[in-house]
Design a protein around this ligand. Structure first.
Ligand code: PLP
Length: 434
């Protein structure tokens, strides 16, 4: 089955998650995508080599830039997200740097939501300063504040579709409209939703980033990331994006946008980003992720079904003060589910216990099926008490603001039997409140 871009939309999600980007191996007929565990690829002749190095022909040179197994994964994720191209990277955090790298120069800033994965808050508030970049953190429910934060040095707007840890849902269409009016790309981290639950490009996103480490691979085996480009942004409409619109000295003055059109961002990501930053995904990791994506829709259906049942059960429990799941009518984000992620509100939420810090610690230590880990989006149910782990160094006020108050645990609901997950929480909560 060929999965050229123009054919993609004619197939359903369940078909594309298995077939997009993949063909039987031309050399052997292998039906599953082989792991091309090779650093380099032989040139047909000197002219072929020159054409590849001049970006006049697309092909495989060296696996820091391109690799056939990774290329299949790139095409598959791009297709599932409705984008024109994608660049795989070594982790979700690498993908975030790779998304910003072509857009930002020293002195530039990115306007970002306050509701983000904890590691992203650190990357944006601390580490990117070393590049001369900065981030302005804003409450993305306050649209006027988002508008007001954008200035002449802003080069992008960044948020998560379903935000970690509380399952908060961003009104992507409204944020995209603000970015658009300012001539800026909107970057959406779609890790916790996956393209099965949410397709940010359909809501106006320019770029979609993922930690493939989570639901996309699904079994907690791989660290990986990806940047998907919608192909819809006009990089030459202003002088804000010289890396894409102006001559590139390392390629004899080639202008990426003029030369590659809608694929400008993707080509830049490979030819400059991976070449010089080297945040490359390895073929073995790409293979595991491809296997995981084959069952993405099936797993996400079960994740959502289980999360819905477990969240409702917890909300009715005597020991529980509050549950943040957007799939519950009590959530302030309940009304956004239908619009932003109509197939369900994901499987990640927080639970506040009446028994406070001590009850949380006892619960975490009493559970049998849940693993106490700093991860999410595994087939296994996972729990973490943020205040004593990932958010330990924060002040009490900062913990509360981050949705990680001392009496809060975060659950990532797996695909086990919902009855077993609930029974485990029931025995854990009994011990925690004893
Ligand atoms: C895990 C995660 C990241 C970082 O991904 P890594 O693969 O761990 O680098 C970024 N954003 C979200 C929402 C995540 O859950």
């Amino acid at each position: 089955m060929s999965t050229d871009q123009e054919q993609g939309p004619t197939y359903g999600f369940d078909t594309l998650q298995i077939h997009a980007g993949a063909r039987p191996d031309p050399a052997t007929g292998a039906r599953q995508t082989p792991i091309y565990q090779s650093t380099a690829f032989v040139f047909r002749d000197a002219d072929h080599a020159a054409a590849l190095f001049n970006l006049q022909e697309v092909g495989f040179i060296y696996s820091r830039l391109t690799n056939p197994t990774v290329a299949v994964l790139q095409e598959r994720v791009a297709t599932l997200e409705g984008g024109v191209g994608a660049v795989c990277c070594s982790s979700g955090h690498a993908a975030q740097i790779m998304a910003l790298f072509p857009l930002m120069m020293p002195g530039n800033n990115v306007v970002v939501s306050t509701r983000l994965y904890g590691g992203t808050v650190t990357q944006f508030s601390q580490t990117i300063k070393r590049f001369g970049w900065s981030a302005k953190f804003v409450d993305f429910d306050d649209l006027d504040a988002v508008k007001a934060a954008i200035d002449d040095d802003t080069r992008a707007v960044f948020c998560e579709s379903i935000a970690n840890p509380g399952g908060y849902i961003t009104d992507l269409d409204s944020i995209a409209a603000i970015a658009d009016a300012a001539g800026l790309p909107l970057i959406v981290d779609n890790t916790t939703a996956t393209p099965y639950l949410c397709r940010p490009i359909e809501h106006g996103a320019t770029l979609v980033v993922h930690s493939l480490t989570k639901y996309m691979t699904g079994s907690g085996t791989v660290t990986g990331g990806v940047v998907v480009d919608s192909g819809a942004f006009d990089w030459s409409a202003s002088d804000k994006f010289p890396s894409l619109s102006q001559p590139e000295p390392a390629y004899h003055g080639l202008k990426f946008h003029e030369t590659f059109g809608p694929l400008a961002f993707t080509f830049h990501g490979i030819a400059i980003g991976l070449r010089d930053l080297g945040m490359t995904m390895n073929p073995q990791g790409a293979h595991y992720t491809l296997l995981g994506i084959e069952t993405l829709s099936l797993r996400m259906q079960r994740h959502v079904e289980n999360a819905q049942r477990v969240a409702a059960w917890l909300e009715a429990h005597d020991a529980v003060e509050a549950v943040t799941y957007a799939g519950l009518p009590s959530s302030p984000y309940y009304d956004r589910v239908e619009k932003i992620c109509p197939r369900g509100a994901g499987a990640l939420f927080t639970v506040a216990l009446k028994g406070g810090y001590d009850a949380c610690i006892k619960l975490v230590d009493s559970l049998e099926i849940f693993s106490h880990v700093a991860n999410l989006g595994d087939t296994r149910s996972l729990i973490i008490h943020s205040a004593s782990t990932t958010h330990r160094q924060l002040t009490a006020e900062q913990q509360v603001a981050a949705g990680a108050a001392p009496n809060v645990v975060r659950l990532s609901i797996g695909t086990e039997d919902a009855d077993d997950i609930i029974a485990d929480l029931a025995q854990g909560l009994a011990k925690a409140s004893a």
